[in-house]
Design a protein around this ligand. Structure first.
Ligand code: BES
Ligand code: MN
Ligand code: ZN
Length: 500
């Protein structure tokens, strides 16, 4: 599907579906529109009043429109109260309109952007509409002999009034396309089954993406990983026939606005059986998603390069398969991580923190202005937050607020959990410096405390636990079942927060 933006006067012919937004306060009256004249508005309002349409958020009505020359039918979507209006509402409205248009096998639809106008600029609204449509329209069907979803929609058009807005709206649409494509790239990586998406395969996918997008990419193999002293990555991968990889992605920035880079770290367990501390078989298939953190970093790097953002960003992704082979690590093993700290591995299923320990330590060589890691780290986080919001932890309060705000703007929510000093005792080791599981409760926080031991070189560090949000078990407004690509949009917004 192509998405075009045009001033309505110049839009092309008739579209099958016209999408019009309506605020709750307007009580079924269509106030602003780039398309509808007085008479057409009257006709639609009359039809709406018989349907008791209240314009609540997520409410929508489909109406045939014989009275319109420019459209076959109208989809009126409720935008709720103006006071509560957000870009997320616009994304969801666009997603809903798209699925409606698909359901009626339309080949074209037209968004009346003016009808969404309130609080935000036309550019912001256009970007949100594109994102909503692209993210909701994503499907992973490469292994289906016959695709489930037949793509009938050929063209979507965003229309507005003033000619002078064209450049701004056009730019916003192009940027939203780039970001959406990067989210879908991350989803594609994560939705692949683990027999295909091994550490080597994932590293190759990153390399291919890097060369297509002008990123530098270095892949460390097992020997190099050993030579450097990444004891965590080695230990986690040692039970698998698939050797580990460590991928380093860097954007090329001719003129950077900050001397120091932002470093992103993503957990890349291509499959997590738990190792010798093996997981129950129920839902173990979901552990192919245990590389969603790495996928998010790769997706974000793609978008950051594509958008040519003038901030130096480094992406680090340790990639391992956690298997219970005869060469696997045992509970009680003691390993030494890259920064020299020793760890008692009391549970081989708490493997994510072991590979992140090395990656976070490796980040020290970049002297980052800020360091962020993203991981499907603890089942406890999914228990705490469900699939509604991701966990956020870290050291520097103002940086955490920056992360939270960037997420909010991007349509990804994060909520802070405290890393109080007392929790340090929960992971103090008996025979080594620290142990990889908590002595008592607080599974998500103690995982954060563990990582803190390896992020202490950075003045600003944030840890994102996306165990509950990295994939959807049932369809969400902006994502079908499967990987959501969470983190990509946050990272793009976070990088943008350093510009201007
Ligand atoms: N990848 C899992 C965490 C996970 C579980 C994410 C379920 C999403 C859904 C992680 O490696 C893990 O197994 N964590 C353990 C830690 C425990 C042994 C301290 C967990 O959460 O049970
Ligand atoms: Mn695990
Ligand atoms: Zn895991």
């Amino acid at each position: 599907m192509k998405i075009e933006c045009r001033v309505f006067k110049e839009s092309q012919g008739k579209s099958e579906v016209l999408v019009v937004g309506c605020f709750e306060e307007n009580k079924g009256h269509l106030v602003r529109s780039a398309v509808l004249d007085r008479a057409a508005k009257k006709e639609i309002e009359k039809a709406l009043s018989s349907k008791k349409f209240e314009a609540k958020a997520d409410e929508g009505f489909f109406l045939p429109a014989p009275f319109l020359k420019s459209a076959g039918s109208v989809f009126v979507v409720g935008l709720g109260k103006k006071e509560k209006y957000t870009l997320e509402r616009v994304r969801r409205a666009a997603a809903k309109a798209l699925s409606q248009a698909k359901a009626m096998r339309a080949s074209s639809m037209r968004f009346d952007l003016e009808s969404f106008f309130e609080k935000f600029s036309l550019g912001e609204l256009a970007g949100a509409a594109v994102e909503g449509a692209r993210l909701a329209g994503y499907r992973f069907e490469r292994y289906k002999s016959k695709p489930n979803s037949k793509q009938t929609l050929k063209e979507a058009e965003l229309v507005f009034a003033g000619e002078k807005n064209l450049p701004v709206v056009g730019k916003a649409v192009r940027e939203a396309e780039i970001v959406s494509e990067a989210v879908c790239f991350a989803r594609d990586l994560a939705n692949e089954p683990a027999n295909v998406m091994t550490p080597a395969h994932l590293a190759e996918a990153a390399k291919k993406m890097a060369s297509a997008n002008g990123l530098a990419c270095r892949i460390l193999g097992k020997e190099e990983i050993k030579r450097l002293g990444m004891g965590g990555v080695l230990a986690v991968s040692q039970g698998s026939v698939n050797p580990p990889r460590f991928v380093i992605l860097e954007n090329k920035v001719p003129k950077r606005v900050h001397p120091k880079p932002l470093v992103l770290v993503g957990k890349g367990i291509t499959f997590d059986t738990g190792g010798i501390s093996i997981k129950p078989s129920n839902d173990m298939d979901k552990m192919k998603f245990d590389m969603c953190g790495a996928a998010a970093v790769m997706g974000a790097m793609k978008a950051i390069a594509d958008l040519k953002l003038p901030v130096k960003v480094v992406g680090l992704t340790p990639l391992c398969e956690n298997m219970p082979g005869s060469t696997a690590q045992r509970p009680g093993d003691i390993i030494r991580c890259l920064n020299g700290k020793t760890v008692e591995v009391l549970n081989t299923d708490a493997e994510g923190r072991l590979i992140l320990a090395d990656a976070l330590s490796y980040a020290a060589r970049y002297k980052p202005m800020a360091l962020v890691d993203i991981a499907t780290l603890t089942g406890a986080c999914a228990v705490t937050f469900g699939d509604v919001v991701s966990g956020l932890m870290g050291t520097d309060a103002s940086f955490l607020e920056r992360v939270r705000k960037a997420g909010e703007k991007a349509g990804e929510r994060f909520w802070e959990l405290p890393l109080y000093e007392e929790y340090g005792e929960f992971i103090r080791g008996t025979y080594a410096d620290i142990q990889n599981i908590s002595k008592k409760s607080a599974g998500t926080i103690t995982a954060g405390m563990f990582l803190k031991e390896f992020a202490d070189h950075a003045s600003s560090w944030a840890h994102l636990d996306v165990a509950g949000t990295a994939w959807a078990d049932s369809a969400k407004p902006l994502s079908p079942v499967g990987a959501t690509g969470v983190g990509v949009r946050l990272f793009v917004e976070l990088v943008k927060s350093y510009i201007e």
